[in-house]
Design a protein around this ligand. Structure first.
Ligand code: NIG
Ligand code: FE
Length: 409
């Protein structure tokens, strides 16, 4: 298929290129050249003499930016379904973690898996997301917790991106949990993270950002600060699992470091939200984890709106708290559980998810000059994407103008 001169006609556009709305453009067309959006507008105003080498009839469907899943732990081995049963019988996530399960149980299975096994385990998860129009995907490490396995996870993440055509951004999350061999020595583990693991990841160019889990069962704000300082020294942007189960001031700490995003944030205070707004830090809400842990404390959506903090939504795809490979389901849950509007939810997986990855000048909106990351949907209106669930109306998708899904043209 030719990457140049692809014209998509007979579509309505939801450009997401304006704050707070769909950016509806009906009866439109969009031209892709050299992997980027070269022109978009009403089809009736299509200029003559465009260099069209390939044409797609959108049949009256809606074209949106390709979806962006901006917070996943997609690469792991093993299963935690037994813990799901334990939680249903009353055990808490923290109790399971403190008894040696939780993240550490996935670490055991992941350390035992080689690169081929991790690729084979993770590929179907990526494919499921891709079938739903995901064109950009963030993947974290954090189930290795030793240098060799953390690097293996990041290499697998890179490989998945190369083989699938999905744009993959990696986050180095060695400060996800304390590995059993460091029991009682969390500060020593942070030494290893900043002195050995992060430099090794950087040497191989494997980390696009640095993340940490700041929580009672994770790392303290002081330990998180050390990880962030190491990231800053290497010029890497940071993100944070912040205030998911308690308010440790994680979101404010993230803001202090100009973080791309603070994620979860169910327990964040208004002062932390204000700090995020000042820092330009995006809030990433994760309804799958909220739902699966049967959380009742809602993220502070009204405060985020009041302070003008961009809200992104993501699957948090992971084996423990959100074994979910449907970003469309997160749109629905973002609305039903968190009371986002359908337009906010779609912005959360496009425009604002791009910001959460520092990609706002590359993708997440339909605008001339941005990458041609596109998803075509057989729906009457894009709000259907949030309203319905268990339903995948994705007809086709493209990343950088390259066809990812859908019938060949
Ligand atoms: O985003 N909160 C920490 N990390 C993941 C859970 C990882 C796991 O339980 O395996 C999360 O919810
Ligand atoms: Fe997470």
């Amino acid at each position: 298929m030719n990457r140049d001169g692809l014209l998509i006609r007979k579509v309505h556009l939801a450009t997401l290129d304006e704050a707070g709305g769909w950016g509806e453009l009906r009866d439109a067309a969009l031209l892709v050249q050299a992997g980027r959006i070269a022109w978009l507008g009403p089809e009736a105003q299509l200029p003559d003499g465009l260099p069209v080498t390939d044409e797609v009839d959108g049949q009256g469907g809606w074209l949106t930016p390709g979806l962006i899943d901006c917070h996943t732990h997609l690469v792991w081995a093993g299963s935690r379904s037994a813990e799901f049963e334990q939680r249903l019988q009353g055990a808490s996530y923290e109790e399971i973690a403190r008894a040696g399960g939780g993240i550490v149980s996935t670490v055991r299975a992941t350390r035992a898996a080689d690169e081929a096994a991790l690729l084979a385990a993770s590929r179907p998860r990526l494919e499921a997301l891709k079938r739903e129009g995901v064109t950009t995907l963030e993947i974290k490490s954090g189930y290795g917790l030793d240098t060799e396995t953390e690097l293996r996870l990041l290499r697998v993440a890179r490989r998945l991106g190369e083989e699938s055509g999905v744009r993959v951004r990696t986050s180095f999350l060695a400060a996800h949990a304390l590995p059993p061999e460091f029991r009682g020595r969390a500060d020593d583990y942070i030494d290893l993270v900043v002195d050995e693991m992060l430099p090794a990841a950087c040497r191989e160019g494997l980390a696009d950002a640095v993340d940490a889990f700041c929580e009672g069962i994770g790392f303290s704000p002081a330990q998180t600060r050390r990880v962030f300082e190491a990231a800053r020294a290497r010029g890497l942007p940071v993100k944070l699992h912040a205030d998911q189960r308690s308010d440790l001031g994680g979101a404010a700490l993230a803001a202090e470091f100009g973080a791309l995003s603070a994620d979860h944030i169910e327990y964040s205070s208004e002062a932390s939200i204000a700090a995020m707004a000042r820092a330009g830090t995006t809030a990433v809400l994760l309804p799958g984890a909220f739902y699966c842990l049967r959380e009742t404390t809602l993220p502070p959506v009204d405060a985020l709106r009041r302070h003008g903090v961009p809200i992104a939504l993501s699957t948090d795809c992971n084996p423990g708290t959100s074994p979910c490979t449907s970003l469309l389901l997160m749109l629905h849950m973002g609305c039903t559980l968190f009371r986002l509007t359908p337009a906010e939810a779609l912005a959360g997986v496009t425009r604002h998810a791009a910001r959460a990855l520092g990609l706002q000048d590359e993708c997440g909106r339909l605008r001339s000059g941005l990458a041609a990351d596109l998803a075509l949907w057989a729906v009457d209106h894009p709000r259907d994407l949030a309203c319905r669930f268990g339903f995948n109306p994705c007809v086709a998708s493209w990343a950088g103008g390259r066809r990812l899904t859908g019938p060949a043209t």
